[in-house]
Write a protein that binds this ligand. Sequence first.
Ligand SMILES: Cc1cc2nc3c(=O)[nH]c(=O)nc-3n(C[C@H](O)[C@H](O)[C@H](O)COP(=O)(O)O)c2cc1C
Length: 184
Amino acid sequence: MYTLIFNGSPRRAGDTSALIQAFCREIQGQVEQIDAYRSTLSPCVDCRRCAGGGGCVINDGMQEIYEKVEKAQVLVLASPLYFSTLTGPLLSLCSRFQALYMARRNQGSGWEQTKGGLVLLTGGGSTKDPSCAFRTSRIILREMGAGEIRQVASIGTDHLPAGEDEEALGQAVAAAREFNTLFA
Ligand SMILES: Cc1cc2nc3c(=O)[nH]c(=O)nc-3n(C[C@H](O)[C@H](O)[C@H](O)COP(=O)(O)O)c2cc1C
């Protein structure tokens, strides 16, 4: 089983990282993490080349990531809430998935949606309802082929850090166990 995690937090040992670690302690197989804040990938510029079947015009490390997305059984989007949605660098990186979406659409096949997907969110507490970010994340994960999508949020980290939020940590572990059963 191969799991690919996209981390949208700038903080190496922050709240989002605590949820990722809980998941990683339990998930089986190979796990790789891509940190949006430490990536030099360009955002999509909507040049429309991929819409015409030509693939992505931007020749950077994203081509390698496309291959990893294709081979992954489990995809994870993890992010703190910034203004109720995913952080800018993570959204910027995800904009490049448009080329994958267009490739599928041009084949007329669509995604098979056979992968597992997981959304891990953290929020200080100004957002009481993380549904906006969950919705955005699910759209992105579906575009990358995830059918079974689970979601976990630790909201209120200003008062209870995600690393001490037993409920959210437990849900991250439960998602890993479920994917182990489904995909290992
Ligand atoms: C620019 C910015 C915007 C934020 N917007 C929200 C928000 O809309 N809702 C919320 O609950 N918390 C918000 N927060 C708080 C973070 O989501 C929270 O501190 C989170 O736990 C940080 O996770 P991290 O340690 O993984 O980076 C914001 C923080 C920053 C820096």
